[in-house]
Each structure stands twice: as structure tokens, then as C-alpha cells.
Design a binder for this molecule. Structure first.
Ligand code: IVH
Length: 726
């Protein structure tokens, strides 16, 4: 008899089978770089699993491949303590220091015979710890200070080379094991990312390490997912019953479990072999697609590692040998000035091309005019250029002895080199900016790209290439011009098929009614990030027509004098006013948050939010505040209730201990949304003095001003439902 396809047990079995298969193919693709399935067939497996999980949401497991991306943004990172400290390494720069290291250990063990070591590349990325329970990825964190890091589980899951589950094999997974490794960004990916950042007026990452760190510390895992990261594992932390006696075996075991382990590893006995291995790895440096900045030399036998022990921050049984910094001299042909999205002027040295560590260097950033003056680099100077593990070369210093007197200094310009508007120095004099705002053509490309960004107006398909063309052909002179583009306009562009033109026009049209907060963020007002943009939209729904004055803005606890000045200046600039009028004329009608109700159902409630919510945290916060609540960061006896999303951690625990009411996102939506009882509240608007003042002691007046009736009603309905915690 054929079993009913939807019979729950069959669905469960099929889901498990699909997960195993997808994990197998992920390993072939991301770890071994040897896929054994066509993309389309792989996509079909994923689609089938997604469909199955859709129909049977109870079958979704945290280690399902469908859970790699899609976790909602969070507001901050939760601390995560390491079960065993994550040490760093002492560095050595000369081979003699490596010999000393070996001599020290032999003396320590009182041995005349040679010791065996494992020599591995020192990967230039970010150290992470991954916890696997029964072979399933449970959580992961950054190294932090070595004792406590930050929980970055959702971001780590987006890395294809991270096994969500161990490969099946002879070595069964232990009940729990911490695995340590390095998250790296490949150089091609860094280049791609930096190009995008340049187009958006953002400063480039100087090296893959900063880029990997920046990408892992994203609050929105979807941003991490876009940055293709790689992961190499090299050690065990805390573990249950892992049967290995040597580092070499650990690496082999990790490989069998499905982790990516460096292929450039050597088992070397005695100092001479160690040095030979170091040289071999050094020779590979220029060929590897990712950056390594030295080698790590580890005693092979784990028992000996234990015996050697550790100093305060680094083990005695391992040492890093750092490659020499790569320096060359060349000549500064010119110093050009780049203008970024926010108008910041960056002096860039144009160099006579020079090879440094396998890369031909043409340019070097001089960061800002203050740095430039300090280094006193001049056009015509011979300079020492260095790539100290950095992809972006640095000018170390000019060779002043080689000066002829014909060199030229470049002071900060008085006017923008692109549009001629006056340049102003920031307070402190480090940054110089073009004051023209959105009407400066050089800022235009970056600002349009930012405007179209996913977290801004979310215009799908408007990438850098297209923006470049639109600006270079004069078709878009400000963001408002996007809204008057026609199919005929787009037809003339390179690589623009009818279908993509129609899609783009549709995406532009759909963005007309994005919420006001997104529009404010999209406009790229200096110092106004997503959160402040939402806040401004909630407080000042009329801001596009009438910007509040500085005093009014500063009366809001989260807005300080610098932000208030930046906002008022933005709206006062005639160029910006014109663009705003054009946006309105072109039919951009941002959705405006509903005005605060006269009766605030959550007046005086003190609320803590934790875990991952489906909606952006800032949006939820704004809605709660509108209803009169005050949001605080930590759970205390003053907390009226805790809103717990998925993956809630210590705050949830604390709320339980203190007997504080906990509600999940559904209940919250009821509370805020259509639930008639939550909105049509009798009672005063008690917001004001205490609740909004940001003064923690004011939170204690829960007893004097009890939460309003509907809130209590809502809570009493919720007190039995706790969110499901994974
Ligand atoms: S072993 C106590 N192996 O180097 C042993 N670390 O300076 C330390 N690193 O925080 C970890 N490649 O981020 C080890 N093959 C490798 C490594 C490596 C890079 C980093 C790691 C660590 C830092 C210590």
C-alpha cells in the first residue's frame, strides 16, 4: 500500500532525508569545492524541503538548511561565555625565535629527542567558537576577550562551509563539543565588497580580517549572508569524550565531521622541519585566495600541550611566526580627491605601479587631510608603501632624503573638486566635506545606491552598474528623478532587457509608499541611521514639510545636539528642499505612522524586548512607545513585561526567575494591532514626566500608576503562553 504522502510520519522522514542530502551537497560544494549535483537539482531539493516545512512547520529544526538565512535583525548581541578560555598566540618574527620556542619546550620536558609539531597557516580572519550538541550546530560566538564573546549564531549559520550537522561516519558525535576556527573573507569577495562600499560612499575595509569581523557583527543576518564568508576549523575547545591524542588527529577528525581544514598543514619533527614547513607555507601565501599572515606552530601531542600549560593569555605549546611586512618604494604621481556619498573628501595617492606581495598596487588611501598633513606626503615624493597583511596598501612615510624641491603639498581644497560647492571642516578638523548635499554629482551615485538599498527604499535591481549609467548619462540628477524614468529611458542602457526594465520600473513604483522612516533613512541624513530615522518618523510625521527646530529635536532623549544640528541642516539646505519637493511631485507618498492615540494603552508600562522578532526591532519599539510604553534594556523588578522572540536567552531566564509576564510576538501584535481591547482604552494619557524621561527610578511607579485595563486584559490572556524557545 502506498502511504499517504502527507502522513505526518512520512513527512518527517522525508524532511530528515532531504536535510541529510542537502548537508551532504553543501559539504561537497562549500568545503570540498567539488559539487556532485547540478545547481538545478540542488535547488529542487531545497525547494522540496522548504515546501514540506511550510506545510508542516513543526518539522522545522534549527539545523535545517532552510534556517541558514532569514533570521530577523536584532538590536544588539548577547554575551556568550566560552566554556574554556580562547587563548591568543605569542608572536615571533625571526626564525631564531621559533628555534627558541622549540628549545624552551624541550627544556621544559627535559628531553633530548626532537618534538613533533603541527605547522598550519595563520589565517587572517576572526576566531569563532562553534558549539555542536549531538553533532548538530547549536550556537556560536566570537572570541571577544577570550573569556566572553558575543553570540553570533544566526550570522554564522549563513556561512555555507559551516556544517549544520556532522557528516555521518565512524566517529559518532559527542554529546557536546566546542569547535574553534577562523572566519575569513576571500580576497575577491573583499574586492567586490569594497567596490560596492565605495559606490555607496562608505569607507573600504582595509583588510579581510576587518571585513570578516564587520560582516559577522551585523545585526541583520541577511547582510552577513550577502558577504560570502568562509570558515576553517583548527581546534577543539570544551568537549565530551573526543578520542584524539594529537593535534594532527584533531584536524583529521574535524575533516571527517565535515569541517573545512587547511590543506596546507605539516607534521614536522624538530626545529629544522618546522622551519621548512613555515617556508613552504610562506611560499603558498601569494597563491591562496584568502589572506594568511604567518604560520602557527603547535605541539602535536595533546598530552604534552596539557603539560606545557598556558601563560596568562597564550599557551606555552604554540607560537605564531609572522611573515615580514611587505614593503616597497615607489613614487607618488598625483594626489586625487574622492568625494563619497556623505560628501567626505578623501585624498588618494596615485602611485607608479609597484608589486607588493603578488598584488600590483596603483593607489593608496591617505585617509583624510589631517593624516595627509601629518605624514607630509607630497606629489612627486618617493614613498615607502606597505601591505601589512592589508590588501589596501598604506603609505608608511615619504623618503624625505630623496626630495628634489619640486614636490607639491596638497592642502584641503576650499571648494569641492567635483561640484565647486564650499568645503567645510568637521569640528576637530579631521574630515572635510562638500557642503552641496544631494545636488553634488559626485555624491549622487553613492546616495542613489544607498537610497535604493534594501533597508532603505528597497528598489530591487538598482545596482551600482545601473546607477553609474543613469548618472553618467545625466538621466538621474537626484533621487527624485528615479520616479520619472520611463521604459524608453531604460531601453537605451547597456544590458537592459525589456523584462528587467519592466521589473525595475515596477520596483521603483512600489517604493513610492515605503514607510516614512525608511525614506528618512534612504535620504542619507548624516548621523541618522535606521533607528533614528524610525524615531523621527514616529515623532514627526510631518517632518518632510516642516522640520522641527533643534530644541524640539533635542527634547527627545535619544537625540543629541549633533544629530539635531545635522537634521535641521539637512532640511534647510536648498538643494535638499528641492529634491524633497520633487519627490512629492513625483508621487512619493511615504506611509506615515498613525498619530499617537489620545489614550495610550501601554502608558507607564516598562517593557524589555529580547530574542529575534519577525519585524524590525526599531519598528516594534516605535509602536510600543507610541502606545505609551517605555523600553528598557534589562529585566528588573520594575519590568512590566518581557517580549520574547525566538532565540531568547538570559533575559527570558531572568524574567522567569522574577515572575515577570512574558509575551510572544503574536500576543504583542494583538496588543498593538487590531485587537480592539488593546487600543480602545479608557483612562488617562499618563505618559509624560516619568515614563518618557528615561529616568530609571520612574519605572518604579507601576504600583502608583497601574498598567491600564486593556494591558492587564491582554496580559492575563497571555500569561500561560510562553514563546517556544529553540
Ligand atoms: S590556534 C591557542 N590556529 O590567531 C591557540 N589560531 O593570535 C590559538 N589563528 O585568536 C588558536 N590561524 O584567531 C590557531 N591555524 C590557526 C590559526 C589561528 C589564525 C588566529 C586565531 C587566534 C589568533 C591568535
Amino acid at each position: 500500500m502506498i502511504p499517504a504522502p502527507d502522513f505526518p510520519e512520512n513527512a518527517r522522514r522525508r524532511a530528515a532525508e532531504l536535510r541529510r542530502e542537502i548537508n551532504f551537497h553543501d559539504h561537497r560544494y562549500y568545503v570540498l569545492d567539488e559539487p556532485v549535483i547540478a545547481d538545478a537539482a540542488y535547488d529542487r531539493l531545497r525547494a522540496e524541503l522548504a515546501e514540506l516545512e511550510n506545510r508542516h512547520p513543526e518539522l522545522v529544526t534549527p539545523d535545517s538548511p532552510t534556517q541558514r538565512i532569514g533570521a530577523a535583525p536584532r538590536e544588539g548581541f548577547v554575551k556568550a561565555a566560552h566554556r574554556l578560555p580562547m587563548y591568543s598566540l605569542s608572536n615571533s618574527y625571526e626564525m631564531e625565535e621559533v628555534r627558541d620556542f622549540d628549545r624552551r619546550l624541550r627544556r621544559l620536558f627535559g628531553r633530548d629527542d626532537e618534538l613533533t609539531y603541527v605547522v598550519e597557516p595563520k589565517l587572517d580572519g576572526l576566531a569563532v567558537e562553534l558549539t555542536y550538541d549531538h553533532g548538530r550546530f547549536a550556537c556560536g560566538s566570537t572570541r571577544g576577550d577570550g573569556v566572553t564573546g558575543e553570540d553570533i549564531t544566526a550570522n554564522l549559520k549563513t556561512i555555507g562551509a559551516l556544517p549544520l550537522a556532522f557528516l555521518p561516519g565512524d566517529t559518532p558525535p559527542p554529546a557536546t563539543v566546542d569547535i574553534r576556527g577562523e572566519v575569513v573573507m576571500h580576497l575577491t569577495e573583499l574586492k567586490r565588497l569594497n567596490e560596492r562600499r565605495g559606490a555607496a560612499g562608505e569607507p573600504p575595509f582595509a583588510n579581510p580580517r576587518n571585513a570578516a569581523a564587520g560582516s559577522l557583527r551585523q545585526l541583520d543576518p541577511r547582510v552577513t549572508a550577502e558577504r560570502r564568508l568562509d570558515l576553517f576549523c583548527y581546534a577543539l575547545g570544551f568537549h565530551d569524550l573526543v578520542d584524539c591524542t594529537a593535534q594532527w588527529e584533531v584536524l583529521e577528525l574535524l575533516e571527517r565531521w565535515g569541517f573545512r581544514v587547511t590543506p596546507d598543514r605539516y607534521r614536522a619533527t624538530g626545529a629544522a622541519e618546522v622551519i621548512d614547513a613555515c617556508r613552504r607555507i610562506e611560499a603558498r601565501r601569494g597563491e591562496l585566495p584568502y589572506e594568511i599572515d604567518g604560520t602557527v606552530i603547535k605541539l602535536d601531542r595533546l598530552k604534552l600541550q596539557d603539560e606545557a600549560g598556558s601563560k596568562s593569555r597564550s599557551p606555552r605549546w604554540a607560537v605564531a611566526w609572522k611573515f615580514p611586512a611587505r614593503q616597497e618604494t615607489t613614487r607618488v604621481v598625483d594626489i586625487v580627491i574622492q568625494v563619497g556619498r556623505t560628501g567626505v573628501l578623501t585624498p588618494v595617492a596615485v602611485l607608479e605601479p609597484v608589486h607588493i606581495g603578488g598584488i600590483e598596487v596603483h593607489r593608496a588611501t591617505l585617509h583624510n587631510f589631517s593624516d595627509l598633513a601629518e605624514k607630509d606626503v607630497r606629489i612627486g615624493d618617493r614613498v615607502v608603501v606597505e601591505r601589512a597583511g592589508d590588501v589596501i596598501p598604506e603609505i608608511v612615510a615619504p623618503v624625505t632624503a630623496a626630495r628634489t624641491g619640486s614636490e607639491r603639498q596638497i592642502p584641503p581644497p576650499a571648494v569641492c573638486p567635483v561640484c565647486g560647492a564650499p568645503v567645510a571642516a568637521d569640528p576637530g578638523g579631521i574630515m572635510h566635506r562638500c557642503t552641496a548635499g544631494l545636488s553634488c554629482p559626485a555624491q549622487l551615485k553613492g546616495s542613489i545606491f544607498h537610497f535604493a538599498g534594501r533597508r532603505a527604499m528597497d528598489i530591487d535591481g538598482l545596482g551600482t552598474r545601473l546607477v553609474d549609467q543613469l548618472v553618467e548619462r545625466g538621466m538621474v540628477q537626484n533621487v527624485a528623478d528615479l520616479y520619472t524614468l520611463t521604459g524608453d529611458d531604460l531601453a537605451g542602457l547597456d544590458r537592459m532587457a525589456d523584462k528587467s526594465a519592466a521589473n525595475l520600473l515596477h520596483a521603483i513604483d512600489a517604493s513610492r509608499t515605503r514607510p516614512l522612516g525608511r525614506l528618512l533613512f534612504a535620504l542619507g541624513i548624516r548621523l541618522v541611521g535606521e533607528h533614528l530615522a524610525m524615531l523621527l518618523a514616529a515623532r514627526f510625521p510631518d517632518i518632510l514639510r516642516r522640520c522641527p527646530d533643534r530644541e524640539t529635536l533635542e527634547a527627545i532623549p535619544e537625540i543629541g545636539p549633533r544629530v539635531a544640528a545635522s537634521v535641521t541642516e539637512f532640511f534647510a539646505a536648498p538643494g535638499n528642499r528641492q529634491v524633497l519637493e520633487k519627490l512629492t511631485a513625483a508621487g512619493v507618498r511615504p506611509e506615515v505612522p498613525a498619530p499617537p492615540p489620545a489614550h495610550q494603552p501601554l502608558a507607564d508600562a516598562v517593557i524589555v524586548i529580547t530574542g529575534t522578532l519577525n519585524r524590525p526591532r526599531a519598528e516594534v519599539k516605535a509602536r510600543l512607545e507610541q502606545a505609551g510604553a517605555r523600553i528598557t534594556g534589562s529585566v528588573s523588578r520594575q519590568t512590566t513585561f518581557l517580549i520574547a522572540g525566538t532565540e531568547a536567552g538570559s533575559k527570558l531566564e531572568k524574567a522567569r526567575q522574577l515572575g515577570i509576564d512574558i509575551i510572544d510576538e503574536n500576543r504583542l501584535n494583538e496588543l498593538l494591532g487590531d485587537s480592539d481591547s488593546a487600543v480602545a482604552a479608557p483612562g488617562d494619557n499618563r505618559r509624560g514626566g516619568g515614563a518618557g524621561s528615561g529616568d530609571d527610578t520612574a519605572a518604579g511607579n507601576g504600583a502608583a500608576n497601574p498598567p491600564s485595563l486593556p494591558l492587564l486584559t491582554a496580559l492575563s490572556r497571555s500569561s500561560t503562553t510562553e514563546p517556544e524557545i529553540s
